[in-house]
Design a protein around this ligand. Structure first.
Ligand code: HEC
Ligand code: HEC
Length: 382
């Protein structure tokens, strides 16, 4: 009898759970799609799809998913709201700058200027970092050139309130969006109520930043064609001989820091730009002399279009970057071991002209043309 009772309880429990999960699923899809009235309000100002784009679980090649995909921090409606906010100049104090003013979709979400122009015309302290693949690159590292922000949310708070970049008092931020009919709808879809808070704004922006994924470069297509998962050794059959030479040189000289293209290698390093730095990066932040001249190792996807290069945008071209590594590395006291000879002097990679051209040809294969045209990252304002 006792056994039977337990059995019955389990069966009832199972079906209850089953029913609850079904209704939850339904609630999700029904509540979250736009009504025709909502769609007409939205479409007065914004060019959004009647459903949503897939931000949460985009289709990705095997060489991405094999590293583990952090999809849980993004919802489709959250990223949709983030996309609208990303392009909204109301985010800056005098309503002149949006995130996209500095992070331009056409240039890998970087800026074509060495230093970007802030809301009152002042120069940013450093070169604008390209955005993309944050969900893969940043599982355990900080944001900004000196890695001072531990999450995208924290990065967004610092950027919005930065006195040069956007100059906005975070407490006053919700006021800017209250009463705007399409935002009321978008906040409700993303968070269940119309309430607009600074946390929701920064979270939605972060969701959009985490959604920007570049996975369709020539490199990715070549990896797919050869059925490669995470392993990047050996030649790629879709590459030219020159690109394969460049790939070989990259993995011999650069990947210890810049990683295997899908995932980053080191988090920060000194790459010997100067003997003494005016901006000491992580050293300035922490006050530790052993960290002077250390900067975050940037990712190299879309590097062809994200120049100028380095934290201060000192190099206009990739040729100058390769010349630096070839014979320009300075004997900075914190120079990374990867860039030193066994005797401790700065390495001279001494690339031939052929090798320089090959390295650059390889770096060009990291450009993802579809990123700049993908509507799900584009300016939604009409
Ligand atoms: C005035 C130009 C400007 C504006 C506006 C701007 N950014 Fe940036 N962004 C930068 C610069 C410059 C850096 C690098 C700053 C540093 O490292 O000190 C940066 C860095 C970042 C990073 C760090 C990337 C990494 O790999 O560490 C993220 C993420 C980012 N911005 C997102 C945003 C978002 C979201 C907005 C809108 C809320 C925004 N930015 C607005 C110029 C700008
Ligand atoms: C010791 C680690 C290390 C090695 C090895 C290394 N780099 Fe770097 N690289 C860095 C760091 C750190 C930066 C940023 C430095 C700064 O701005 O002060 C950087 C910056 C760059 C940039 C500029 C990126 C941007 O968005 O502005 C390019 C391009 C680059 N490296 C290419 C290469 C190539 C090509 C090689 C191999 C020939 C290489 N790196 C080897 C650490 C390294």
């Amino acid at each position: 009898m006792k056994v039977k009772f337990t059995f019955l309880v389990s069966v009832v429990a199972f079906f209850t759970l089953f029913l609850v999960s079904c209704t939850q699923d339904n609630a999700d899809t029904i509540v979250k799609s736009y009504t025709p009235e909502e769609l007409s309000v939205i479409s007065n100002s914004l060019d959004l799809p009647s459903g949503t784009f897939e931000y949460k679980n985009p289709e990705l090649p095997a060489h991405f998913t094999s590293g583990g995909f952090l999809g849980s921090s993004v919802t489709n409606h959250g990223a949709t709201l983030g996309r609208v906010l990303f392009y909204d100049t109301r985010l800056s104090a005098n309503e002149t700058k949006s995130c996209a003013s500095c992070h331009n979709q056409n240039t890998g979400f970087a800026d074509a200027r060495a230093l970007s122009e802030g809301f009152e015309g002042g120069d940013t302290k450093r070169n604008t970092l390209a955005l993309g693949n944050v969900r893969f690159y940043y599982q355990d590292r900080g944001f900004f050139w000196d890695e001072r922000a531990s999450s995208v949310e924290e990065q967004v708070r610092q950027t919005v309130s930065n006195h040069i970049e956007m100059g906005m008092d975070l407490d006053l931020l919700p006021n800017k969006f209250e009463g705007i009919d399409y935002y009321e709808i978008l906040f409700e879809k993303a968070y269940g109520t119309k309430l607009i808070t600074t946390d929701r704004i920064t979270n939605a922006l972060s969701q959009f930043v985490r959604s920007v994924i570049s996975s369709n470069s020539t490199f990715d297509q070549a990896m797919i064609a050869d059925n490669k998962t995470w392993d990047v050794e050996g030649d790629l059959s879709k590459y030219t001989a020159q690109e394969n030479l460049g790939k070989q040189l990259y993995f011999a000289n650069c990947s210890s820091c810049h990683g295997n293209i899908v995932f980053l290698g080191r988090s920060s390093a000194n790459n010997g730009l100067d003997l003494e730095y005016t901006d000491n990066g992580i050293g300035d932040l922490t006050g530790q002399a052993s960290k002077n001249g250390l900067f975050k190792v940037p990712f190299l996807r879309n590097i062809e279009v994200t120049g100028p290069y380095m934290h201060d945008g000192r190099f206009e071209t990739l040729e100058e970057v390769i010349d630096h590594y070839s014979n320009g590395i300075q004997a900075h006291e914190n120079l990374a071991p990867q860039l030193k000879t066994p005797e401790g002097t700065p390495m001279k990679m001494n690339f031939s002209e052929e090798e320089k051209a090959a390295l650059i040809a390889f770096l060009y294969t990291l450009t993802d043309e579809s990123l700049s045209s993908d509507e799900k990252y584009a300016d939604p304002f009409k």
